[in-house]
Write a protein that binds this ligand. Structure first.
Ligand SMILES: [Zn+2]
Length: 142
């Protein structure tokens, strides 16, 4: 049984975590806290932060959305790559923590070979990326 306490804000706020949500249901979720077509994972004892990692059934999920009035949050399953994983010469920047491809890599700054930092849009970790620019030429007769 769950016991409600009224001793103010703080550490004993339970939040329910859901996953496998459909993008089209997120609007209702954020507006009214209505949970549809999602899988219930369990509860956490504190308000989670965005990008906080939570574990259920041996899997790791990252919190991507929170509705404070309903004390619900959505999380998506992520991979945790081995420490020290590196990616080289990929078409998009790939997060070395969870392996997710960063869309819109072209929006990142960087000259050829220069090291820059960004964060993963999936798991929230900071990492270093290097843009490699390859120049090719085409030609045709006048
Ligand atoms: Zn990541």
């Amino acid at each position: 049984m769950r016991v409600e306490t009224n001793c103010g804000l703080g550490s004993d706020e339970m939040y329910s975590i859901y996953t496998n949500y459909k993008v089209r249901d997120l609007h209702d979720f954020m507006k009214s806290g209505k949970v549809a077509n999602a899988t219930y994972l369990g509860e956490v004892n504190n308000r989670p932060d965005i990008y906080e990692k939570v574990s259920f059934n041996g899997k790791t999920y990252v919190v991507s959305m929170i509705n404070d009035s309903k004390k619900l949050s959505f999380a998506q399953e992520i991979k945790i790559l081995e420490k020290g994983t590196e990616f080289e010469f990929e078409r998009e920047v790939v997060c070395p923590y969870c392996g997710s491809e960063q869309s819109d890599s072209w929006e990142l700054d960087g000259s050829d070979g220069e090291e820059n930092e960004t964060y993963c849009g999936t798991c929230g970790e900071d990492f270093v990326y290097i843009r490699n620019i390859e120049i090719t030429y085409s030609s045709y007769p006048k």
